[in-house]
Structures are given as structure tokens and as C-alpha cells.
Write a protein that binds this ligand. Structure first.
Ligand code: HEM
Length: 373
């Protein structure tokens, strides 16, 4: 299921990159191709994989396994609405309700698993609970829109920041702090304490940026400071522990490290667009190119072999990983550079990122060839 959701996410991102060439693709349709069709179902599916690993418990029940597909259906409805709003004027509300039911099922299940775990649950599980709560709050903001038309723009800003920093950011930064040491093959002794201490700052940062972007710009500046300082602390610890692995040409770590760099760059671009220097839509595109692309391709490089053949790690897993991670450092450089250029409104940014994505597709085809018995 997860390889399929990852493939859909990459197709969604490719659709977002191609959408400017399609006349009938307004900006919200373009953005929701990546986020609502691609990323939200992938994240909900990934939570169903990571939470049992972190709480050492059984596989999720069927309703949690079905949640990513309900989210996918919601995403399709949302994109159809944005492509032709007059054809089905209330469809976005239906999409929000379906997505809310999906995330509600995952949230309730994660809370039960966290409560049932022996001893304190892994601190990353609390990051996941906070992330899912942010998605739920972002969807509630959409449901309030028809009742508060004067607040439409504020609610949209609330929705998008709760989603990008809260739902995607908290899931990703929580997971990266577990995944980078695993992929680098050496423990990070500070990871658990950092996850434990930083969640309150990450969550406060998200709420301040979201509410600040909606109503009070000064609060957004404080929230941005919280997020930037914790991203810089993670980068400092990783560069002390894994400098050679993060700056390598090949493997998952350079791509995962680039995702953190891309996230940090997007925070700075966010400050510039908040200050009116850049177009906010370019900042959303930069988030996709500089952060999501190295994140998804890096995570797939390490995890796809485990997802495809769970159980004991064999030379087969290593060879598929090596194929997917070939020149991942170069690929990640193209994504981050592309994101920065896109953030400043240059079409060359999308071209660079598309080149990186094409490289990953070629490597994916080589990896599939290795999968034949
Ligand atoms: C499927 C359920 C969803 C619904 C019904 C929904 C609804 C909306 C609505 C009504 C807007 C305002 C559009 C406009 O007037 O420009 C919006 C904007 C936005 N949403 Fe969602 N959304 C959903 C899921 C998501 C998810 C999961 C994410 C990210 C993880 C996301 C990210 C965004 C972003 C970035 C914008 C700003 C788009 C722009 O400025 O062009 N949405 N959404």
C-alpha cells in the first residue's frame, strides 16, 4: 500500500509542476494535486506504518488502513471542485468532511496506541498526534468558511499554515529525527531528548505562524523564530554526528539532510513573502520543490525496500537502496536549488526540480529491474 501511495504522491507533485502548462488548472487545484491527492494520503498511510514500529504494537485495524484512501477520495473531490467550482459549488465542504473523518480515525487510533504502550511512548508519536490534530484544525477552518465570508482570506491562511507547518512539517521533522540516524547507520544520542523538548516549540511556532498569518503578523514572526531555531539545532547535531554521510553523493542521508535544509530555506522564504517581498504562491511551490521532493525521494530510497519486502534485511534490500540512492546528493541539490529559484519566481526552478525528479524516475526503473526474481 505505501509504495502505491508514494507513487501517487510523486505523480501528484509532477502534476503540480506540469499544471502551469494546462489552461484549466487554477492555483488551488494545482496545489491540492500535491497536498490533498499526494501528500496527505501518503502521510496518513505512513503513520499506520511508523506508529506500530514506535509503540511495538500490532498492525493497524482496517479502518486506519482505509483512511489514506478516504483522504485520496477527498483530495480528488477537492481538486475537481477547484478546477470547476461553479459545477459543484459545495464539493469542497464534502471533501473537508471526508478528510476530517479519515484523520479523525487515525488520530483516535494513535492516541489509543500511545496510551496502551508500556512505559512512555516514543516521543515521535506525540509529534504525530500534534500533526494529525493540526490537519483536523486546518479542515475545521475550511468548514467555517461559508459561515464567515468576511474571514475567508484569514481562514485560508490559517488552513494552509496549519497544514504545511503543522501537519506536514511536524510529521516530517519528527520522522526525520528517527530516520536519519537509521539511514546513516549510527544512533543520535540526543534525538529522543530533542524530540521531547522541541515539540512544544514546534507546535507553538505552528500556531503562532498560522494565527499570525491570518490576523496578527507580529505573532507569525515569533513563531517563525521558534521553528527556525529548532531546525538549526537539528542541523547542528546532525552535522556534528554525520558530516560525511550528509554530504555524500550517494545514499538516503544526503537527500534527507537536504529536506531539512529545504525546510529551513522555505521558512526564510516564508518570512520574505510574509513581509510582502515575494509572492506567497511561489513560497508554496518552493516548499514542494526544496522540502517535499528531497523528503519523499530520500525516505523512499531507504524505506521502499523494507515496504516491498518486510522482514530480514538481505543483500537485495541493499542493492535496491543503492540503485535508488545513486547520485541522491546531486538530485537533492537540484531540488533545493530549484526550490530557491522558484521561491523568487523563476520558472527555471521548476525545470531544475523536474530534472531531479526525472533522475529519480530513471533510478526507480533501475531498482524495479533489480526486483525481478
Ligand atoms: C481535501 C481536503 C481539503 C479541502 C476541502 C481544502 C480546501 C481549501 C480551500 C477552500 C482553500 C482556499 C482556496 C482559495 O481560495 O485559494 C485551500 C487553500 C490551500 N490549501 Fe487546502 N484543502 C484541503 C486539503 C489540504 C491539504 C491536505 C493541504 C496541505 C497538506 C492543503 C493546503 C492548502 C494550501 C497550500 C492552500 C493555499 C492555495 C493557494 O493559495 O493557491 N489543503 N484549501
Amino acid at each position: 500500500m505505501l509504495p502505491l501511495l508514494a507513487l501517487i504522491a510523486l505523480v501528484g507533485i509532477a502534476g503540480t509542476l506540469a499544471a502551469p502548462f494546462v489552461a484549466a488548472a487554477p492555483a488551488p487545484a494545482r496545489v491540492h494535486l500535491t497536498f490533498a491527492i499526494g501528500i496527505a494520503p501518503l502521510i496518513l498511510g505512513a503513520l499506520g506504518y511508523f506508529v506500530p514500529v514506535l509503540t511495538r504494537s500490532a498492525a493497524p485495524p482496517p479502518r486506519v488502513l482505509a483512511a489514506p484512501f478516504a483522504a485520496l477520495a477527498a483530495g480528488v473531490v477537492a481538486v475537481a471542485y477547484f478546477a470547476a467550482p461553479a459545477a459543484w459549488p459545495l464539493a469542497y465542504l464534502a471533501a473537508a468532511v471526508i478528510e476530517l473523518a479519515a484523520v479523525g480515525a487515525v488520530l483516535a487510533w494513535m492516541a489509543r496506541r500511545a496510551r496502551a504502550s508500556i512505559g512512555a511512548p516514543h516521543p515521535c508519536v506525540r509529534w504525530y498526534l500534534a500533526a494529525a490534530a493540526c490537519l483536523a484544525a486546518a479542515l475545521l477552518a475550511v468548514l467555517v468558511m461559508p459561515y464567515a465570508p468576511a474571514q475567508y482570506v484569514a481562514l485560508k491562511r490559517l488552513h494552509l499554515h496549519l497544514n504545511l507547518l503543522g501537519f506536514v512539517g511536524l510529521t516530517a521533522l519528527g520522522t526525520l529525527q528517527v530516520l536519519v540516524p537509521t539511514a546513516a547507520g549510527a544512533a543520535d544520542p540526543r534525538a529522543a531528548a530533542r524530540l521531547d523538548a522541541d515539540l512544544r516549540w514546534a507546535l507553538a511556532g505552528t500556531v503562532l505562524v498560522a494565527a499570525g498569518a491570518a490576523w496578527l503578523p507580529l505573532a507569525a514572526a515569533v513563531g517563525l523564530f521558534f521553528w527556525l531555531s529548532l531546525a538549526i539545532r537539528i542541523a547542528r547535531d546532525w552535522f556534528t554526528l554525520y558530516p560525511g554521510r550528509l554530504l555524500a553523493w550517494h545514499g538516503a542521508p544526503p537527500s534527507l539532510g537536504a529536506a531539512l535544509a529545504g525546510f529551513t530555506v522555505t521558512l526564510v522564504l516564508g518570512a520574505l513573502h510574509g513581509g510582502g517581498t515575494l509572492d506567497p504562491r511561489d513560497a508554496v511551490l518552493a516548499f514542494i520543490l526544496a522540502f517535499l521532493l528531497p523528503l519523499v525521494t530520500g525516505a523512499l530510497t531507504y524505506l521502499a525496500p523494507v515496504w516491498l519486502r518486510p522482514g530480514a534485511q538481505t543483500p537485495w534490500h541493499e542493492s535496491v537502496r543503492a540503485a535508488l540512492g545513486h547520485y541522491a546528493g546531486l538530485r537533492a541539490g537540484l531540488f533545493v536549488a530549484g526550490g530557491i529559484l522558484a521561491g523568487f519566481g523563476s520558472a527555471a526552478g521548476t525545470a531544475l526540480a523536474a530534472l531531479g525528479l526525472a533522475l529519480f524516475v530513471v533510478q526507480g526503473v533501475r531498482a524495479v529491474a533489480l526486483m525481478r526474481p
